[in-house]
Design a binder for this molecule. Structure first.
Ligand code: BT5
Length: 232
């Protein structure tokens, strides 16, 4: 994959910028901003994006939209972290955690049959905003020193290229690896879905990427939602 990077000082959201240019841009276009003033998570949640973090969106043109693409981004982030000696894990579906804190999030959006924008936000050297308190961390915080944002970017793009290729050839390998690198399987979790709380044991991640939950009232397949688990 030929990556073509577009670098911006400041933008509302790299996902919005990427979406606006997606139709006329080739696959592999990467939009990176030093700061985002309106970084977004899922469902309009705010993504705090001060200078020092890696805030980027990649334009992909897969044959058809596939919710499992989020795992391609997640696995790439895990590989990039590993290059720096950091071991992270995937909190289904789109969070990357190190220990008990969130270090990165993925936001995939797109237009069916046309393009997918994969947004990746990774805390690198940026300050962790106070409002996130104990819930978030950064690579610099984990390592105790600042690291080169450029090196993180190139490790991430290299890993992304590899996982995207695997995804196109053998999507089930992406699911298998996601299962391996998810800490929630076998654990008691709560899923919040459209305001409803469902408690159960995370039993599996199915081939379509959904989460299988064992609940007192039987097995439930969760396609979207937020998972929380109690740390011991
Ligand atoms: C996500 O949403 O985790 C997806 C985040 C995607 C951000 C990237 S940055 C480049 C691109 N452009 C964008 O505008 N977005 C993408 P979600 O699972 O909904 O999690 C959102 C929650 O994460 C918030 O409600 C906060 O609790 C928490 N959060 C916000 N900023 C954070 C940060 N910098 N580090 C860790 N947690 C954060």
């Amino acid at each position: 994959m030929e990556w073509k990077t577009i670098r911006l000082e400041e933008i509302g959201s790299t996902n919005d910028y990427a979406r606006d240019i997606a139709q006329k841009s080739p696959e592999g276009t990467v939009v990176i901003a030093k700061r985002q003033t309106a970084g977004r998570g899922r469902k309009g949640r705010k993504w705090t994006s001060p200078e020092g973090g890696l805030w980027m969106s990649v334009i992909l043109k897969p044959d058809k939209p596939d919710p499992r693409l989020v795992f391609v981004g997640a696995l790439a982030v895990l590989d990039a972290l590993a290059e720096f000696g950091i071991r992270g894990w995937i909190k289904w579906p789109n969070d990357i955690w190190v220990g008990e804190r969130k270090i990165a999030g993925i936001l995939t959006e797109g237009r069916a049959g046309e393009f997918v924008v994969m947004g990746i936000g990774l805390n690198v050297n940026n300050k962790i905003p106070e409002e996130l308190g104990e819930t978030a961390t950064s690579m610099a915080r984990v390592l105790g020193r600042e690291i080169s944002l450029e090196k993180v970017l190139s490790a991430l793009l290299k890993a992304l290229e590899g996982w995207y290729r695997i995804f196109k050839e053998e999507p089930l390998r992406v699911i298998e690896e996601t299962r391996r690198r998810t800490l929630i399987l076998g654990k008691a979790v709560k899923v919040i879905r459209d305001g409803e709380i469902i408690s159960g044991r995370a039993a599996d991640i199915l081939e379509d990427g959904s989460l299988l939950l064992e609940t007192p009232s039987g097995l439930k397949r969760i396609i979207h939602g937020d998972v929380s688990l109690r740390f011991f």
